[in-house]
Design a protein around this ligand. Structure first.
Ligand code: ADP
Ligand code: MG
Length: 208
């Protein structure tokens, strides 16, 4: 993974988030407090504006700076969770590099593990982990099997979408939606939607 790719992904994600404003905003209005889009937009814009200061840094430092920026700009529950993803990602990229696909999958998995422990949450709780965990599992398995390129990226997009949609029928046991009990059923989790959108955007960028 090169710094240039990360910086391109940052710009693409920023555009994708802005393009999905009403969708993300309405999800958090339905089962949260309505601030998720504002939180995410603030973070993604702040990172997009870091382009010049990140351009000459190695990938692990770029990811580490992104994590720190998310921590200081994105509020709510999602800010520290997404920050911990990037900080753990950065640490693993620094330790073992990203030369092979299993290296990349391991870095992603380390990020997801950090979110799990920070949020004290797991799969099936109607959170962004319902996207991140299945994607990480698929990434690890496919990388070990030697699946690469479009086959890998399209499958990761499919798993992310399925994970996002799976939150619709769940009862939330973490985050604000947990206060709603059965009333959260029928609504997709906003954090899961954001993560699916980010994964789709990064995969699409890598496909081209
Ligand atoms: P807040 O809930 O504080 O208003 P946001 O609206 O920015 O924060 O983010 C809400 C999202 O955070 C939820 O949709 C959910 O995906 C995620 N989330 C909340 N609590 C947790 C947790 N403990 N573990 C994992 N994800 C969580
Ligand atoms: Mg909220």
């Amino acid at each position: 993974m090169k710094t240039e790719f990360i910086l391109q992904a940052v710009q693409a994600v920023n555009h994708a988030i802005l393009a999905h404003e009403s969708e993300i905003e309405s999800l958090d209005r339905e089962i949260g407090d309505g601030d998720h889009f504002i939180n995410i937009k603030r973070g993604s814009r702040a990172i997009a504006e870091m382009r010049d200061e990140l351009a000459d840094l190695p990938p692990d430092m770029v990811l580490q700076r992104i994590g720190m920026k998310l921590l200081s700009t994105v509020g709510g529950a999602s800010g520290p969770l997404l920050a911990s993803f990037f900080l753990a990602l950065a640490k693993t990229v620094k330790e073992r590099g990203t030369a092979t696909l299993p290296d990349k999958a391991a870095a992603f998995a380390a990020g997801v593990e950090a979110v799990k422990s920070r949020g004290k949450a797991d799969i099936g709780e109607k959170t962004l982990l319902d996207v991140l965990i299945p994607v990480s599992q698929a990434f690890t398995r496919l990388a070990a099997e030697g699946v690469e390129g479009a086959a890998l990226l399209n499958e990761l997009k499919r798993v992310a979408e399925a994970g996002m949609l799976s939150t619709r029928d769940m009862i939330a046991t973490k985050g604000r939606a947990a206060f709603l009990g059965e009333r959260a059923v029928g609504h997709i989790d906003p954090g899961a939607k954001t993560c699916q959108l980010v994964i789709q955007t990064v995969c699409d960028l890598a496909l081209h």
